[in-house]
Design a protein around this ligand. Structure first.
Ligand code: SF4
Ligand code: SF4
Length: 76
C-alpha cells in the first residue's frame, strides 16, 4: 500500500526555507516548519513539477515508481 502512495520529499539539509515551493504548489503540499519546507500533504500532489522547477536548491524529489511515465512525458 505504502509503495503506491505519492512521495514528495524535501532534502532538509539543502532546503533554505525560502517558501517558493509553497507559492508555486497548486495542491498545498508544503508547509514551512522550523524554517524548512516539509511535504505535509504528499498525497495531494498532482505531479505538476512546479516545485522542482522553481526550488532554488533543487532539494525536492517526487519518487513513486508509478510516476515514471509522467516524468518522461514532462521531461520529454
Ligand atoms: S523552494 Fe526549495 S529551498 Fe525553498 S522552501 Fe521550498 S524546498 Fe526549501
Ligand atoms: S509537483 Fe506540483 S503538486 Fe506536486 S508538490 Fe510539486 S508543485 Fe505541488
Amino acid at each position: 500500500m505504502s509503495d503506491k502512495r505519492k512521495r514528495v520529499s524535501v532534502d532538509q539539509s539543502s532546503c533554505i526555507g525560502c517558501g517558493t515551493c509553497i507559492k508555486v504548489c497548486p495542491a498545498g503540499v508544503f508547509k514551512i516548519i522550523n524554517g524548512k519546507s516539509h511535504a505535509v500533504r504528499p498525497d495531494a500532489c498532482i505531479v505538476c513539477r512546479a516545485c522542482i522547477t522553481h526550488c532554488p536548491t533543487s532539494c525536492i524529489t517526487i519518487s513513486p515508481r508509478e510516476y515514471e511515465p509522467i516524468k518522461r512525458l514532462y521531461e520529454g
